[in-house]
Design a protein around this ligand. Structure first.
Ligand SMILES: *Cc1c(COP(=O)(O)O)cnc(C)c1O
Length: 340
C-alpha cells in the first residue's frame, strides 16, 4: 500500500532492522546502554547542544520540555496552531500544570512584536511567562525563516525566558531553509526532534539542551514513566536516521512539489501555496460533504493508496516520505486524476 496519511507511517529500512538486531544494549536508567548513549551524543553534536535525551515520542519530548522549563502555574506562550496546543491531548495542563497562552499565528510563524505584547511578570493577578515555544517546520507545511527565530530569541533573552523549539520535522526545516540544523537550534534553549517521522526510525524523539537542562529532564522523564531499559534496540535505528536519512529529505520535498504541480492541473483542485516541506494541502470542489469524502477515501484504498479524510474545512493533506518514490508518485497522480 502507498500511505499518504503522514510521514509517521514510515517503517524501518532493512539497514535499520539489521542494526537493531545487532545493537549493543544495557540498562538505560543506569545510563548503561551504549547505543542510547551514542544516539544522544550524536543528536547533541548534530544540533550543537551540550547534551540530549532519548524520549519515547515527540509529544513526550515537548511535554517534558514544558515540565522541565516551566514551573507549575506559570504561563507558556505559543502559536495557536502549534502541535502542543492542537494535538497533545491537553497534556500541558496535566503534566507541567501550566497555562498555555496562545498567540495568533495563522501561518504558523510567530512574530516577536506580537509575543512581546503577551509576555508578563508575575504579580498578584498574573502568572509569569516561563517559556516561549516555537515550531519548525510547522505542521502546516511551512518552514519558519531564521530571521523570525532570531528576533524571538533576542526578545526571550532580554526577558530571561527560555525558548523551546518543537522541531519534530527539524531536518525538513533545515532542508527547506537550505541551512544547517545547528543554525536553527541556536535560537532555542531546548530542541525536540523526531526520528520516527520521515527519518524512518520506528520509535522515539530526542530532547536537546544544556547539560543542566538535560539532567533535570532525565529526572522528570522518570516521573513520566519514560525511563526505558534496553532502548538501544531503538537507538540503533535512530543513529541511522540521523546519519543518513536526514540527507535525503530534499527528495521528499521535491516529490511533494511535483505532486502539487500535477494536482493543480486537475480541474476543481485548488492547491494551497507556499508549502516548503513534504506536505501537500488542497481542496477539491466536487467534494462537499463527509459522505463524499469517505467514498473517495475508499476509492483510493481500492487502488492501494491510503489517504486521510479531509479536515473540517475540506482540506486534504498528502504527505510524501521515504516509501514514496517516483513510481508511487505516478500511481498517486493517476488515481487523483481519475477520482477527484
Ligand atoms: C508529530 C509531531 C509532534 C509529536 O510527535 P509524536 O511522536 O507523534 O508524539 C510534535 N510536534 C509536531 C510539530 C509534530 O508534527
Amino acid at each position: 500500500m502507498i500511505d499518504l496519511r503522514s510521514d509517521t507511517v514510515t517503517k524501518p529500512t532493512a539497514e535499520m532492522r539489521a542494526a537493531m538486531a545487532q545493537a549493543e544494549v544495557g540498562d538505560d536508567v543506569y545510563q548503561d546502554d551504549p547505543s542510547v548513549n551514542a544516539l544522544q551524543e550524536l543528536a547533541a553534536q548534530t544540533l550543537g547542544k551540550e547534551s540530549a535525551l532519548f524520549v519515547p515520542s515527540g509529544t513526550f519530548g515537548n511535554q517534558l520540555a514544558l515540565f522541565t522549563h516551566a514551573p507549575r502555574g506559570s504561563e507558556v506562550v505559543l502559536g495557536e496552531q502549534c502541535h502542543i496546543i492542537q494535538h497533545e491531548a491537553g497534556a500541558a495542563s496535566v503534566i507541567a500544570g501550566v497555562q498555555l497562552r496562545q498567540i495568533d499565528a495563522p501561518d504558523g510563524a510567530l512574530d516577536a512584536a506580537h509575543i512581546a505584547q503577551r509576555l508578563r511578570r508575575a504579580d498578584i493577578h498574573a502568572p509569569a511567562t516561563s517559556l516561549i515555544c516555537l515550531e519548525n517546520a510547522h505542521s502546516n507545511g511551512k518552514a519558519v525563516p531564521l530571521k523570525v527565530l532570531q528576533d524571538i530569541h533576542v526578545l526571550a533573552q532580554a526577558w530571561s525566558i527560555p525558548v523551546h523549539l518543537d522541531g519534530a520535522r527539524l531536518f525538513n526545516a533545515a532542508a527547506a531553509l537550505n541551512c544547517g540544523v545547528k543554525e536553527i537550534a541556536a535560537y532555542a534553549d531546548s530542541v525536540m526532534f523526531c526520528i520516527s517521522k520521515g527519518l524512518c526510525a520506528p520509535v522515539g524523539s530526542l530532547l536537546a539542551g544544556t547539560k543542566r537542562f538535560v539532567e533535570a529532564a532525565r529526572f522528570k522523564r522518570k516521573i513520566m514513566g519514560g525511563g526505558l531499559r534496553q532502548a538501544g534496540i531503538l537507538a540503533a535505528a535512530g543513529i541511522i536516521a540521523i546519519k543518513s536519512m536526514t540527507q535525503r529529505l530534499e527528495a521528499d520535498h521535491k516529490r511533494a512539489r511535483a505532486l502539487e504541480a500535477a494536482l493543480t492541473k486537475i480541474k476543481g483542485i485548488t492547491v494551497a501555496p507556499g508549502n516548503d516541506i513534504n506536505m501537500v494541502f488542497f481542496t477539491v470542489s466536487s467534494i462537499t460533504g463527509a459522505a463524499q469524502a469517505a467514498a473517495v477515501v475508499n476509492e483510493f484504498r481500492k487502488r492501494g493508496i491510503i489517504i486521510s479524510e479531509p479536515q473540517d474545512d475540506g482540506t486534504f493533506r498528502f504527505v510524501t516520505h521515504y516509501w514514496i518514490g517516483d513510481s508511487e508518485l505516478e500511481q498517486i497522480i493517476t488515481a487523483a486524476a481519475a477520482l477527484f
